[in-house]
Design a protein around this ligand. Structure first.
Ligand code: GLN
Length: 453
């Protein structure tokens, strides 16, 4: 059914860059056979899943939405892919994304934008717009994304799906093609909070192949969500972040968000306003730290080891000229912009002024959050300042595009878990509700999310 649906809708939506029909059917048949023999399989066995195209899968094309990797077939599986396979989940294909996960609309994909199933004239968010659109259009019930500054949560917000960024280190990054390593985290995309929790349970847990992986047991997230009643919310202290209730957020977004906060209050939660002053500088700090890491991570794409290799049309064929030509042709403008920004902020003369200051702001964000969580259980904000905007609206204005990430970035800077849950419609388009929980408290995040849903 999933493959039929993809065949029918993908030509319009462009959520998938590659469909692995054979692989998916082989897994599905294997699961059926094992079930018939009475083998006890996990709850997600046989449930189809889509994988964002920056997670490597052995022998399956992996492009990161870039011409640079077009035609490359990785020789190994990412740890999350291995875990999904072990759970018996048929992997139906790889989903579209902004090039190397840089963007908020999928318009920066080298293979054309993904359309929002709610309105095909509008963006599905980014960078993980393909995964979100695939789930929103009922092509698959579950997908994997990656979130460096909001790329799971913001697409979730604008497509009416649930998207979670786990605590940094809770899910392995081995086999996730790095964008900004200190911020990147793999997470679930789903239609319900319980589904997202079930998937995080499958992919989470320690991995010795990732040096930043946490050596802590995975909580039973799905059981917990299913057990949540309104009672669990009673007496909980929920903080609304003052800095995320400004004019920068569309009136329709704010009113749907406030209505959801009122519902939590009616269910017995205590609502307080919390101030996180550093949040005003978080976006600026992110757009210095992230490009710095990007410029370093992108250095490996040199035309020698992976994907595209282009030679200069005339003149001598030297290694340096081949690299320059390959990178010139292989990378799109947004990736180049970030490499240039990153090398600039890391350069000797500017390091302290830009990168150094940004790292200090990062510490302040962590401190603000620590202080906030000393008095509240979770923090809440609208996920995204607007609902899905029209194609072309922000593509020529990087600053306007970057502002989409206003509310999602603090979680990445601090390593805390965050989730976006649909909370209503504004002019017929979905609005997302974000819940931020203390580090290692993904369980609490899912509990509150289930109450919003
Ligand atoms: N929109 C953000 C950016 O462009 C988020 C990216 C991400 O989370 N991968 O950097």
């Amino acid at each position: 059914a999933s493959l039929d649906r993809i065949r029918e809708l993908n030509p319009t939506i462009n959520a998938f860059l590659h469909v692995d029909e054979e692989g998916a059917l082989a897994t599905a048949r294997d699961v059926d056979a094992r079930r018939a023999e009475g083998e006890a399989l996990g709850r997600l066995a046989g449930i189809p899943i889509a994988i964002k195209d920056n997670l490597v899968m052995k022998g399956v094309p992996t492009t990161c939405g870039s011409k640079m990797l077009d035609g490359w077939r990785p020789p190994y599986d990412a740890t999350v892919v291995t875990r999904v396979r072990e759970a018996g989940m048929p992997i139906v294909g790889k989903t579209n994304m902004d090039e190397f996960a840089m963007g908020s609309s999928t318009e920066y994909s080298a293979f054309g934008a993904t359309k929002n199933p709610w309105d095909v004239e509008r963006i599905p968010g980014g960078s993980g717009g393909g995964s979100a659109a695939a789930v929103a259009a009922f092509m698959v019930p579950l997908a994997l994304g990656s979130d460096t500054g909001g790329s799971i949560r913001q697409p979730g917000s604008v497509t009416g799906t649930v998207g979670a960024k786990p605590t940094y280190g809770a899910v392995s990054r081995y086999g996730l093609i790095a964008m900004a390593s200190s911020l990147d985290q793999v997470g679930p995309v789903a239609r319900t909070v319980a589904d997202a929790a079930a998937l995080q349970e499958v992919i989470g847990g320690h991995d010795e192949l990732d040096s930043t992986s946490l050596d802590a047991p995975v909580p039973h997230l799905e059981d917990l969500v299913n057990a949540v009643g309104a009672d669990r919310i009673k007496g909980m202290k929920i903080g609304v972040v003052e800095q995320m209730m400004t004019d920068g957020f569309e009136p329709g977004v704010r009113s749907e968000f406030e209505a959801a906060v009122d519902r939590l209050e009616a269910a017995g939660a205590e609502i307080v306003t919390v101030s996180c002053p550093s949040f005003e500088y978080a976006l600026a700090a992110y757009y210095l730290i992230m490009p710095a890491e990007v410029s370093s991570n992108m250095a490996r794409f040199d035309g020698m080891r992976f994907g595209l290799r282009a030679e200069p049309e005339s003149g001598p064929i030297t290694a340096e000229r081949v690299m320059a030509e390959s990178r010139g042709q292989g990378f799109g403008d947004e990736v180049k912009r970030r490499i240039i920004l990153g090398t600039h902020v890391l350069s000797a003369g500017y390091f302290d002024a830009y990168y150094g200051s940004a790292q200090k702001v990062r510490t302040l964000v962590q401190r603000d959050l620590e202080q906030a969580f000393a008095s509240v259980d979770v923090l809440v904000t609208p996920t995204s300042p607007t609902t899905a905007f029209k194609f072309g609206e922000k593509i020529d204005d990087p600053m306007a595009m970057y502002l989409n990430d206003l509310a999602t970035i603090p979680a990445n800077l601090a390593g805390i878990p965050g989730i976006s849950v649909p909370c209503g419609l504004s002019e017929g388009l979905p609005v997302g509700f974000q819940i931020l929980a203390p580090v290692h408290r993904d369980d609490l995040m899912y509990e509150v999310a289930a109450a919003v849903e």
